[in-house]
Design a binder for this molecule. Structure first.
Ligand code: SF4
Ligand code: SF4
Length: 432
């Protein structure tokens, strides 16, 4: 049964959707002409063939609230303008579609006849749901853990330091050099490097791979044991206070350790949240550089600071473009430049680059266990893309994607290895 939302809650909705708060939002909400052309671009609609998953339908949920509470006609004659009342049913529908039916991958945007920024409106809908305390519990728990423990997996510092020490020993053995280090909490270095906590828990070899690259480049670098988590689940929950706090904690750590460049580890949404969105959350631009690991590897290659022999990599390789690195991050050229230098041949998926399909694990989907079946079903598109390449190694610069691709590998029996870019670069390094 519906309950009436109180004045205070409706006021929050009105404020978030106000043109005084965000003029872009109102422009984009009003721009949609309901043509439906975006439908076939969306992995959810392609998978389930249900009209509710058409991107335009998802943003219509937010638009109908805007019309109801922020326009005169919507207030006096809601049915005329398809304005909808804030009800429990409405909120449940929004949770299902804006959290569980959209990875905020952005593939629909270039397919929209008039360029509506659909993920931006979806995230605004998530902001409304966050205000109503309707963030899916598992996603909220992940963000809360990141706030409490400074990493989203609740890894205690001792465990982190043990893993780093283990990886440092592996690195020294491999290089035959006891001076090869993974420096922790050092001040006044050029680079402060960040990680996805999944690396610490499940993929530590990608940490030693990055360390090997920094070693080869003779970089002055460090990792913080206090604040190393590149992810920002506040970006996905829609809760801007959480998103801002996590971003600020990272920026403060760069200042505390007096590093001049924050290098974002292999994480699509983390890169997006810290590099492109954080200045919006925090309303200030940092005084240090922020770049991704991909870009610093590109620089090292172009400057001759690292030498590679791509023929040391002998498998058949394909690349999964993380949505937030390639389509939404504009790093297509950097990523392809690195690939050209580290593997003899890259078998591209169809389609690839900015047109690539989301793996299905973005938008916080991997953290929302209630949508596991849906996530794996949506990922079948990616699984078939991979199968058609006939590659036996899938490279991707995102540990979130690595997690989803590993599950797709198992579910759809792809029989491939999933590797980070750092691992493939490290395997190609020629250290003189
Ligand atoms: S952002 Fe991606 S998942 Fe969301 S509606 Fe657009 S295409 Fe679909
Ligand atoms: S293509 Fe653009 S204008 Fe058409 S329904 Fe989709 S979002 Fe709306």
């Amino acid at each position: 049964m519906s309950h009436n939302f109180n004045k205070e809650q409706i006021e929050k909705v009105r404020n978030i959707l106000s043109k005084h708060t965000d003029s872009k939002l109102v422009t984009h909400i009003n721009a949609c002409v309901h043509c439906g052309l975006c439908g076939s671009s969306c992995v959810f609609y392609k998978t389930f063939n249900d009209p509710k998953y058409i991107p335009g339908k998802k943003i219509d949920l937010v638009a109908s609230l805007y019309k109801r509470y922020n326009t005169l006609l919507g207030r006096i004659a809601p049915s005329v303008v398809h304005a909808r009342e804030l009800t429990d049913e409405m909120i449940t529908e929004m949770v299902d579609l804006l959290f569980g039916g959209c990875t905020m991958c952005g593939r629909c945007v270039p397919h929209c006849s008039i360029g509506v920024d659909i993920p931006f409106i979806v995230r605004t809908g998530r902001r409304l749901l966050a205000e109503m305390n309707r963030i899916p519990l598992s996603l909220k728990a992940t963000a809360d853990t990141a706030l409490a423990a400074q990493n989203n997996m609740g890894i205690v510092e001792e465990e982190f330091l043990d893993t780093i020490q283990w990886m440092e020993e592996e690195l020294q053995d491999e290089l035959g050099d006891t001076k090869a280090q993974i420096p922790i909490n050092q001040e006044n270095n050029n680079v402060l490097y960040t990680l996805n906590p999944r690396e610490v828990k499940f993929f530590p070899l990608s940490i030693s791979a990055a360390a090997k690259i920094f070693y080869a480049a003779k970089e002055q670098w460090t990792i913080s044991s206090k604040m190393y988590d590149v992810t920002n689940y506040g970006y996905f929950t829609g809760d801007n206070t959480t998103a801002s706090t996590i971003a600020k904690n990272m920026f403060d750590e760069v200042l505390r350790l007096k590093s001049s460049t924050l290098v974002l580890g292999e994480c699509g949404h983390g890169s997006r949240a810290l590099r492109w969105e954080a200045p919006n959350f925090l309303k200030q631009h940092p005084d240090f550089n922020i770049i991704t690991l991909i870009e610093i590897i590109e620089q090292y290659l172009k400057e001759g600071r690292i030498k590679v022999d791509k023929y040391l990599n002998t498998q058949k390789y394909t690349l999964h473009d993380p949505c937030n690195i390639t389509r939404n991050g504009g790093l297509f050229n950097s990523l392809r430049y690195v690939m050209q230098n580290i593997v003899p041949e890259l078998i591209e998926m169809t389609p690839y680059g900015a047109e690539n399909f989301c793996c299905g694990g973005g938008g916080g989907m991997l953290a929302m266990s209630e949508y596991n079946d849906r996530r794996l079903k949506v990922g079948e598109i990616k699984a078939e893309q991979i199968r058609k390449t006939d590659a036996n190694v899938v490279i991707t610069p995102c540990h979130n994607c690595i997690d989803q691709l590993s599950q797709l590998n198992h579910t759809y029996k792809l029989n491939v290895e999933i590797k980070s870019v750092a691992e493939i670069v490290a395997d190609a390094l020629v250290i003189v």
